[in-house]
Design a protein around this ligand. Structure first.
Ligand SMILES: [Zn+2]
Length: 341
C-alpha cells in the first residue's frame, strides 16, 4: 500500500530545487489521497507560479481553499492573525484591462495573500497579477466589489502607533522638499500613523491630512492638532490649493490611480511638488527576492507600479520627475518627487 504521508514529505523536500519532480508527486497525491489533497493543490499553485504558468497556479491555489476552507491553519503558525481564517468566496471585480492605459493585460503571477499578517477577510486569498506590457505595470485581476468598505473598516492596531525610528529618513526627504516647494501648504493623503505629517509640522509646513480609516484620521488629528479628514481622496472637495502633496504608500491601493494623480495635479499650486512612495516590482529588491518578495502578498495593493510606469504617467499628466530614491522604510519601494509643470 502506498504511504501517502511519506510521499508528501518527499515532495516537500524537493520544493524549489526540483519543482518539476515535486509537481508529479503532488499531482499523484491529489488523485489518491483526500486528506492531503488541499495542501498538495496549494503546493502545485506555488510551483506553477515559479514555473511561470500563472493561470494553472491560480486554478490550483483556488481549488486548495475550496477543498479546505481552513487551509491557513496548515500554512501559518497559531499566533498568526490569519490562523483562524475560514475561506468564503467573495464577490469580486475581474479586471482584464490596464487601469492606467486601458490596454488588455496578460496573466503575470499568482500569490496567496493569507500568509501576510495584514490579510483582510473579505478579499479572496488568491491574487492573480496581470501585466500591461505597454506601461510596464501590474494590476490585480481580482478584488472585492466592496473594496472601499473593506478598507474603511479595517484598521490595524499595529499601524496606529507612530514609528519614531522613521523620523530621520523622513526628515531628509522633507528637508529636500523645503528647497523646492513654492510655499508651506502641505496635504498628506493617507496619514496612517502620522509619522510624515509630524515631521512636516516640525519643518514648519502647514499640514492637512486625509485618511479613509476613521481611527487613523482621528488619532493623527488629536496627536498633531492638525485637520485630518476621513474621506476617500477622490471624493475630497476643497477650495484650497497646496504647495506639497504627499502620497506615501497610497496609489497602490487605488482602483483608479490615474484619476488620483489627475486630482493631485488639480490640487497643487503652480510648481507644486508631488511626492509618491509605492512598491516597485522592477526594484533591485524584487529582482533579487523574486517570488519571496513580500509585496506580492499585500492583499490591499491592487496596483504594482514600476518606475517606468509611474514616470510615464506622471509625464503624461503634467508632472516633471525631479528625484528618485529607494525607500528607507519598505524594501522594494521607490520614492519619486515630481513638480507640476
Ligand atoms: Zn497600461
Amino acid at each position: 500500500m502506498t504511504d501517502w504521508v511519506s510521499l508528501f514529505k518527499e515532495a516537500e523536500g524537493l520544493l524549489r530545487t526540483r519543482d518539476e519532480q515535486a509537481l508529479i508527486i503532488y499531482l499523484e497525491i491529489i488523485d489518491n489521497n483526500q486528506q492531503l489533497s488541499a495542501i498538495s493543490c496549494y503546493r502545485i499553485g506555488e510551483i506553477y507560479n515559479r514555473l511561470r504558468d500563472p493561470i494553472s497556479s491560480f486554478q490550483y491555489f483556488r481549488t486548495a481553499f475550496e477543498n479546505n476552507p481552513r487551509l491557513s491553519q496548515i500554512l501559518v503558525k497559531e499566533d498568526h492573525p490569519v490562523y483562524t481564517y475560514n475561506y468564503t468566496e467573495p464577490q469580486e471585480n475581474h479586471i482584464e484591462n490596464c487601469p492606467l492605459c486601458g490596454e488588455k493585460g496578460h496573466p503575470y503571477a499568482t500569490y496567496n495573500t493569507t500568509t501576510s499578517i495584514d490579510f483582510i477577510p473579505g478579499f479572496h486569498p488568491i491574487r492573480l497579477w496581470m501585466c500591461c506590457d505597454s506601461c510596464h505595470h501590474l494590476f490585480a485581476f481580482n478584488y472585492p466589489v466592496n473594496l472601499g468598505e473593506l478598507l474603511t473598516n479595517s484598521a490595524f492596531e499595529f499601524n496606529l502607533s507612530p514609528k519614531t525610528t522613521f523620523f530621520p529618513t523622513i526628515s531628509r526627504m522633507i528637508g529636500q522638499l523645503t528647497f523646492i516647494a513654492p510655499g508651506d501648504r502641505l496635504l498628506e493623503v493617507g496619514v496612517g500613523a502620522g509619522e510624515l505629517s509630524a515631521v512636516a509640522k516640525e519643518f514648519l509646513f502647514n499640514v492637512t491630512g486625509l485618511d479613509i480609516r476613521p481611527p487613523y484620521a482621528k488619532a493623527v488629528s488629536n496627536m498633531l492638532d492638525i485637520p485630518v479628514y476621513t474621506v476617500d481622496f477622490l471624493e475630497f472637495e476643497t477650495a484650497e490649493r497646496f504647495d506639497v502633496l504627499i502620497m506615501g504608500d497610497v496609489i497602490e491601493h487605488m482602483f483608479d490611480p490615474i484619476r488620483a494623480l489627475r486630482k493631485a495635479h488639480s490640487l497643487l499650486n503652480d510648481k507644486g511638488v508631488l511626492w509618491i512612495s509605492t512598491p516597485n516590482f522592477e526594484s533591485a529588491f524584487s529582482m533579487v527576492k523574486k517570488d519571496t518578495d513580500p509585496m506580492w502578498r499585500i492583499v490591499e495593493h491592487i496596483n504594482y507600479f514600476s518606475f517606468r510606469s509611474l514616470k510615464k504617467w506622471l509625464d503624461i499628466l503634467g508632472f516633471e520627475v525631479v528625484d528618485y530614491n529607494v525607500s528607507g522604510h519598505y524594501n522594494g519601494s521607490m520614492e519619486v518627487t515630481a513638480i507640476k509643470k
